[in-house]
Design a protein. Structure first.
Lengths: 108, 509
């Protein structure tokens, strides 16, 4: 299965990554090839494992208030703030379509 | 009586433009029922009837001291970003730690809704970008949620007088634990969004209902019953106005026998009343669109309560792909019951489904049945009693303190007291007339010391809250029923004497 420009474009939109150049795209293809080796294993009748922690015990915490009240510390990281709010752009700014943005993929 | 059988027909006006100013401009549509007894809006004359399909996604905020995966406090209205831990702000190096109380709340709710509780459930990450979701993903339970396959029974009145009630059931697909997001305040003038993460990470129970409902009234009744159940359990305070209960409706229409139509999602519904309006408006909008040859887009629409209509929401960037993946930092959640409980376990680390089951309080449906049985009141009375916060307690207190039979007391409570409360927009707890005063008043009526009419006058006086007792008011306004036979005869004679002509007319027939 080829990794098409459409797929790459979709990935750039979903994950906000930038494949930047031919090397970036090739690295992705390599990663897929590497992961595809998993298909060589016969998993017929084997229960899928979803986490290496699956045999661990999930710790349950008591419902006590033990954290919070560190507004100043949290806001220290903010580039912009208004009173005690974080500031963000107005809603999601959609990534421009393939034709309209500066991406290596346009040339592919 | 009042139960619709298959093929039964009942007519109900389907009003268009609910919530708009003045009466409906498009007239009323007659409604028949389909095989399942659901309302079937009949289209323009000559066209085939329509069936509406309504499904609900409900998010209930868990009533707990701290958040689902962190120890910050859960509280409505606090200084911005004051109830936020490093984990809630998604700072690197932080990890989720599950709150046992949230698990118990979800199990209680699952049991109350007759669900199967999954002894092993899993956590997943649902990815999307938004300023109030600092991690870029929400921890939820997409693959294996904590509870599945339940049902919720609710009642509807088939007429406006509440004298005929019908019981319906909606299937619960699943209940899952998930994180709430923070809050975005849109500042359009400065073209920015202000983000408060106080709500980020608060525990939610998402209750997914199957599309078994067919109109706004059913959706509203189902949500009302769920709200009562959650409040009874204490798993959520479920106050819609404070965002503790949020409802999204999925609506589609189709002709009977044909496949389901394209559905739209309706959001921004802030009360149960608006839920009914929003759903009914959307059904009507879709019917009209299709009858005019248009198509329905699979889109998300917002309910505008001022205009009473739904409008398309801001364009979402194409189809969302949430890239679900297992939450790598959380092992599976294992629940136990009496049989599977391992020996020598630390109780604090174990959630026992049976233990929770044994301690479930009486659900609303059970409470209603008990009230009907104990006091001999009608089922519809029990609904009203439970619907008003504190009214059942008030009623029971009055019954305890008066000789009047409960069947008579209920009339006074539901017709007289409740209408006074509604007129003055007061809750039962704010009532200037306490159950003690009410009982005193009803005793006077029962002992025939005053008439019912006089009692209503006394109640109006008591409502002023001037601290007088019913007896004092009766004496003050001379409302006592005259008990003396001779005095009564004298009065009657005086009336007859004074109205000779009328008496002659009456005697002559």
């Amino acid at each position: 299965q080829a990794v098409t420009v459409e797929v790459l474009d979709r990935l750039e939109q979903l994950a906000l990554v930038d494949f930047r150049d031919a090397e970036g795209v090739e690295r992705l293809r390599e990663a897929i090839r590497f992961a595809d080796q998993l298909r060589e294993v016969d998993t017929e009748g084997v229960e899928p494992m979803d986490s290496v922690l699956e045999d661990r015990c999930l710790y349950l915490r008591e419902d006590d208030v033990t954290e919070g009240n560190c507004t100043n510390e949290l806001l220290k990281n903010a580039r912009e703030k208004v009173e005690e709010y974080f500031v963000a752009p107005p809603g999601n700014i959609p990534l421009p379509k393939l034709e309209e943005r500066e991406t290596f993929l346009k040339g592919s | 009586a009042g139960v619709r059988g298959c093929g039964g027909v009942w007519r109900r006006a389907w009003q268009h433009g609910a919530g708009g100013p003045g009466p409906s401009s498009c007239g009323q549509r007659a409604v028949t029922s389909n095989g399942r007894g659901g309302a079937v809006p009949v289209g323009k004359s000559g066209l085939a009837p329509w069936v509406a399909v309504v499904g609900l996604e409900i998010h209930a905020q868990i009533s707990s001291n701290s958040k689902l995966f962190s120890g910050s406090q859960v509280q409505f209205a606090a200084p911005p970003n004051s109830l936020v831990s490093f984990f809630d702000a998604s700072l690197p190096g932080t990890l989720p730690v599950l709150n046992r109380r949230c698990v118990e709340a979800a199990v209680m709710t699952g049991l109350a809704l007759n669900c199967s509780i999954n002894k092993k459930s899993l956590f997943d990450r649902k990815h999307y970008f938004y300023a109030d979701l600092p991690a870029g993903y929400q921890i939820t339970q997409q693959r294996v949620p904590i509870a599945v396959n339940g049902n919720l029974s609710y009642s509807l009145c088939t007429d406006n007088k509440m004298s005929q009630m019908v019981t319906k059931t909606v299937r619960i697909k699943q209940i899952q634990l998930e994180q709430d997001s923070g809050k975005s305040l849109h500042d359009d003038t400065r073209s920015q969004t202000l983000v408060d993460l106080n709500r980020a990470g608060v525990g939610l129970m998402e209750v997914v209902m199957e599309p078994d409902m067919c109109c706004g009234e059913e959706a509203a009744a189902a949500v009302r019953e769920l709200q009562l159940i959650l409040q009874t359990l204490g798993s959520s305070q479920a106050v819609m106005a404070e965002g503790q209960l949020r409802v999204d409706a999925n609506v589609s229409v189709h002709h009977p026998g044909e496949p389901y139509g394209v559905r739209t999602e309706v959001k921004n519904i802030n009360s149960i009343r608006f839920l009914a309006k929003a759903v009914d408006y959307e059904i009507q909008r879709q019917i009209e669109e299709l009858e005019n040859g248009g198509t329905i887009l699979n889109e998300t629409r917002a309910f505008d309560s001022k205009l009473g209509c739904t409008v398309p929401m801001r364009d979402k960037e194409g189809k969302q792909d949430y890239r679900f993946m297992p939450e790598p930092n959380l092992p599976p959640l294992i629940l136990y019951d009496a049989k599977s409980l391992p020996a020598n376990t630390n109780h604090q680390q174990v959630v026992n489904i049976d233990w929770i089951h044994e301690r479930l309080p009486d659900l609303p449906s059970v409470k209603r049945a008990k009230l009907v049985e104990q006091y001999g009141i009608l089922p519809e009375h029990s609904f009203t009693l439970l619907n008003e916060d504190g009214l059942t307690e008030f009623f029971e207190n009055v019954v305890k303190q008066t000789q009047m039979k409960p069947k008579k007391v209920i009339g006074w409570i539901l017709n007289i007291l409740l209408s006074h409360l509604k007129q003055h927009s007061l809750t039962v707890k704010e009532s200037p007339v306490t159950s003690v005063l009410m009982a005193d008043l009803l005793n006077l009526v029962e002992k025939k010391e005053i008439s019912s009419t006089a009692a209503k006058q006394v109640l109006a006086e008591l409502w002023k809250g001037e601290g007088k007792t019913p007896l004092e008011i009766v004496k003050e306004k001379k409302l006592e029923l005259i008990q003396d036979q001779k005095e009564l005869e004298e009065i009657c004679q005086a009336v007859i004497d004074g109205q000779e002509n009328e008496v002659i007319m009456m005697v002559l027939g």
